[in-house]
Design a protein around this ligand. Structure first.
Ligand SMILES: *[C@@H]1O[C@H](CO)[C@@H](O)[C@H](O)[C@H]1NC(C)=O
Ligand SMILES: *[C@@H]1O[C@H](CO)[C@@H](O)[C@H](O)[C@H]1NC(C)=O
Ligand SMILES: *[C@@H]1O[C@H](CO)[C@@H](O)[C@H](O)[C@H]1NC(C)=O
Ligand SMILES: *[C@@H]1O[C@H](CO)[C@@H](O)[C@H](O)[C@H]1NC(C)=O
Ligand SMILES: *[C@@H]1O[C@H](CO)[C@@H](O)[C@H](O)[C@H]1NC(C)=O
Length: 291
């Protein structure tokens, strides 16, 4: 009898203890913060990419697009210098699957007539700024041309830009790199094979700007001035003191963006339709820029 009684007592204690532990454990779980997905926590990135029709256009957009696919909470603003939307560009962007907006921004006629260098990509980038002014409230924007090479870690670094951030760009001019010159942690000038009287002799791929900072400068935009686009835009962000510029890529000691340029490809020769009119080559023809 006594044995049965003590078994019953131990069982009661065991069950009671287990219940208390379970209740405590549930309470503990309910106190844990629910993990937020990365894309909610991280500030948004707006990537402004000018593009125009040429033999290598779809190849460049494909390469850049799959780079951007590794980056969360990003909106890709693809802006084409054209009068009509290109079904092939839209097809390519849809295939890649990076969230995007596609706009047109033809270069004004007066600049098309320029005999020498044309201010390419300016109307596109200004259109991107217009989108940001109208639709973005926080985060950071960056001008990413479609022909450059980007290490994706630069996107995670630029995401937290408070005003303007800068970093080196490889393969620019005969110096091989364009970079702020840093001495004792401060910008002491700029290293670039072509200074050209610029206050900010930097490459388009070498800086990012906070959306809030842009909103505080309602007149900031890019000038139609070949060679002076970056400088003109950064100057239009005044007041901007060099001491306020945030240095990325480990205080400008690493190259995470490269100003690669694709070899200019000739347009493809016309397809001989009488020979190939009933073959797959007719379909492939759509992807090529023909003479
Ligand atoms: C857009 O249209 C204008 C006027 O018709 C023309 O001059 C210009 O070349 C066109 N632009 C492009 C990129 O096709
Ligand atoms: C703002 O975003 C909407 C929705 O995507 C778009 O239709 C509109 O064109 C954008 N505004 C500007 C100025 O780009
Ligand atoms: C960059 O330089 C600053 C100032 O010298 C220093 O405080 C900081 O730790 C450096 N950051 C990196 C990533 O090297
Ligand atoms: C930039 O800021 C530094 C430190 O705050 C100051 O000494 C300098 O005068 C400023 N330069 C300009 C052009 O405002
Ligand atoms: C197209 O191919 C046909 C048949 O081979 C040939 O007779 C014709 O000259 C070709 N046309 C051109 C433009 O090359």
């Amino acid at each position: 009898m006594a044995v049965a009684k003590s078994i019953k007592m131990y069982l009661t204690i065991f069950v009671a203890t287990t219940c208390i532990y379970m209740v405590l454990y549930q309470y503990h779980l309910s106190r844990q913060p629910i993990p937020q997905p990365e894309y909610i926590v991280k500030p948004p990135l707006y990537i402004i990419t000018p593009t125009f029709r040429r033999a290598e256009q779809l190849a460049e957009l494909t390469r850049l697009g799959y780079t951007l696919k590794h980056v969360v909470n990003l909106l890709w603003l693809v802006i084409e210098d054209a009068n009509q939307t290109s079904p092939l560009v839209i097809h390519t962007l849809n295939r890649i699957g990076v969230p995007y907006e596609y706009f047109l921004a033809p270069m004004p006629e007066e600049y098309k007539k320029a005999k020498k260098t044309k201010p390419r990509g300016v109307s596109n980038r200004n259109r991107g700024l217009e989108y940001i002014r109208a639709n973005a409230t926080s985060g950071v924007f960056y001008f990413a041309d479609d022909d450059n090479t980007y290490d994706i870690s630069i996107f995670e670094q630029m995401r937290y830009t408070k005003k303007v951030s800068m970093w080196p760009v490889g393969l620019v001019t005969q110096f091989g790199v364009s970079s702020p010159i840093i001495r004792e942690g401060k910008i002491k000038g700029f290293y670039d094979g072509w200074i050209g009287g610029r206050k900010f002799p930097v490459d388009m791929a070498g800086f990012a700007v906070s959306v809030k900072f842009l909103h505080e400068r309602p007149n900031a935009k890019m000038p139609f001035k070949p060679g002076y686009e970056e400088d003109g835009f950064l100057k239009s962000l005044a007041p901007l003191n060099l001491t306020e510029i945030e240095l990325l890529a480990s205080n400008c000691t690493e190259i995470l963006t490269w100003h690669t340029q694709t070899k200019k490809n000739a347009n493809a020769a016309a397809l001989n339709v009488s020979t190939y009119g009933d073959t797959n080559l007719v379909e492939l023809n759509k992807f090529l820029v023909r003479t």
